[in-house]
Design a protein around this ligand. Structure first.
Ligand SMILES: [Zn+2]
Length: 508
């Protein structure tokens, strides 16, 4: 607990996971524990000073002299679905603590907004409905990832819903501060929030969602920022996690205004219309790996090959060997680096020891949908550390557990083989393993966005046409449950703006 003199009392907790219904990866308790998993006093002790939302809420509370009552805080990264019993354990742990709270001025929960379990497509909505049932009159603020799928149940069971404004996500800390500040304003009567949600029949791949620079999403961000004035306190634009086959999926704007529904509606409409006008600019070109490598050999310098279809941060397994197979087939003597999550191969390499020449299968084990492990003759270079610390982004300061790990070489290709798959922010995993990616001709990255910042200055960056559950080619995925028509699955989808309002009966 943080003690203040005149401060208010807020309960704070975090339960984050980004699901992907096209991925077979089932996330377990260990996947949460390998990022962060804290309860009660540990939440504040361990997350103080980090870039997490709770780290931001702690800083905000200390400035204002608020008292924080910690619940639980955990992040499971991304995956397919969360194991049902793990999901139930965490939701119960959060809800039972809220049931046991003394009276509080508000509750702040950091959720992802795309938490999918084995038995639910809307765990975030279930959490908020249970919390609301326990505390019908207590202000509830929620912050979500920019890729949240904000369901009706989520919106209906909170008072303030904000989100990360940046992609790459480097503003989790300030999002936590903002959520707590708005909650304090509501508890103090200075904010009577009216939330207006506007949804478009539109999903977009992640590659063009960069909120800095001059791309289409940077324009949306700038527009939203310009509209935060007067009664409009906050505008959250949710690109949504496009790999969830769930009803109602679509680009969503949530505007929070002070007792002014018309102002909220106007701002939400303007952001939605601007997004719709730009929808074609979000589509991306991909290249078959063989062509991308041939072009890279011509270019020279550092060439980034983005295997975005195998993005751990989007729910894929991080164990695809498709890009490695292409490198070994087309440029085996070009210095290259790639990361593959494969516990079986890591164990085999470590037991063979440095210097050993071994034949082994690599990758395609956690997600066997796209072929068998790639058979290679590899040399074990060295063991790699079993963890690294994120240098930035939403996990800044958090230690990722890669588990038993090794560096192998095949030809001139250095392969980081880790037991656990890890969200990729920049180059932390390579660097911790002693691999210098900037000295290579090719670096395979497995994310759709962060590499554009991490490797700014590279000679070329190409998005590979590879298979996987986080492919930017959304029309290639077997969507069934989403509402149709939906752009770009249905290229001629007509524009429609679906509004929903969340407000309380304010007495002024
Ligand atoms: Zn996100």
């Amino acid at each position: 607990m943080i003690d203040g003199e005149d401060g208010m009392r807020f309960a704070v907790g975090a339960l984050l996971f980004e699901g992907n219904t096209f991925s077979p990866v089932i996330a377990t308790r260990a996947d949460f524990a390998s990022k962060y998993l804290f309860a009660d006093a540990q939440v504040l002790d361990r997350l103080r000073g980090t870039g997490t939302e709770i780290g931001g809420a702690i800083d905000e509370a200390e400035v204002a002299g608020d008292v924080l009552l910690p619940l639980i805080a955990t992040h499971g990264g991304a995956g397919g679905r969360v194991e049902a019993r793990t999901s139930a354990e965490f939701v119960d742990a959060l809800v039972t603590r809220i049931a046991a709270l003394p009276p509080v001025d508000g509750i702040y929960l950091a959720l992802h907004g795309a938490f999918v379990s084995e038995d639910s497509l809307d765990v975030d909505g279930e959490i908020l409905a249970r919390v609301r049932a326990l505390r019908p009159d207590t202000p509830i603020a929620v912050s979500c990832d920019l890729h949240a799928h904000v369901t009706d149940r989520m919106l209906d069971n909170c008072d303030i819903l904000t989100g990360y404004r940046h992609y790459p996500h480097d503003d989790t800390h300030e999002t936590g501060r903002r959520a707590l500040a708005m909650l304090r304003d509501m508890a103090g009567g200075r904010l009577k929030p009216v939330m207006l949600r506007c949804r478009l029949p539109l999903i977009v791949p992640a590659q063009k969602q960069r909120t800095r620079g001059d791309g289409p999403m940077a324009e949306i961000r700038a527009l939203a920022q310009s509209l935060i004035t007067g009664p409009v306190r906050d505008i959250a634009h949710f690109c949504v996690q496009p790999w969830i086959d769930a009803p109602g999926l679509g680009f969503t704007t949530v505007v929070t205004a002070h007792a002014d529904e018309a102002a909220a509606a106007d701002a939400a409409r303007r952001v939605a219309e601007a997004m719709w006008e730009r929808r074609h600019r979000f589509l991306v070109e991909t290249l078959p790996p063989a062509r991308a490598i041939a072009a890279g050999l011509e270019t020279g310098g550092l060439v980034i090959l983005a295997d975005a279809a195998d993005c751990v941060g989007g729910g894929a397994s991080g164990d695809s060997a498709a890009a490695l197979a292409a490198l070994l087939a087309h440029a085996p003597e070009s210095p290259a680096a790639i990361h593959i999550a494969d516990a079986t191969a890591a164990t085999a390499a470590l037991s063979a020891g440095p210097g050993a020449q071994i034949r082994l299968g690599l990758g395609n084990r956690r997600d066997p949908s796209y072929g068998p492990p790639l058979e290679v003759e590899a040399r074990v270079l060295r063991a790699a550390p079993d963890s690294f610390v994120y240098a930035g982004g939403l996990m800044r300061g958090v230690r990722a557990q890669t588990g038993p790990s090794a560096v192998l070489t095949v030809g001139a290709v250095e392969i980081l083989v880790t037991s656990n798959a890890c969200y990729e922010y920049a180059d932390e995993a390579f660097v911790a393993a002693g691999i210098d990616p900037r000295s290579k001709a090719f670096v395979v990255v497995k994310n759709p966005m962060n590499y554009q910042q991490a490797y700014a200055g590279a000679a070329a960056m190409t998005i590979l046409d590879t298979p996987g559950p986080t492919t930017p080619n959304l029309a290639a995925l077997p969507f069934r449950a989403v509402g149709r028509p939906l752009f770009p699955l249905d290229p001629n989808t007509p524009r429609s703006l679906a509004f929903r309002t969340r407000t309380r009966a304010w007495t002024t």
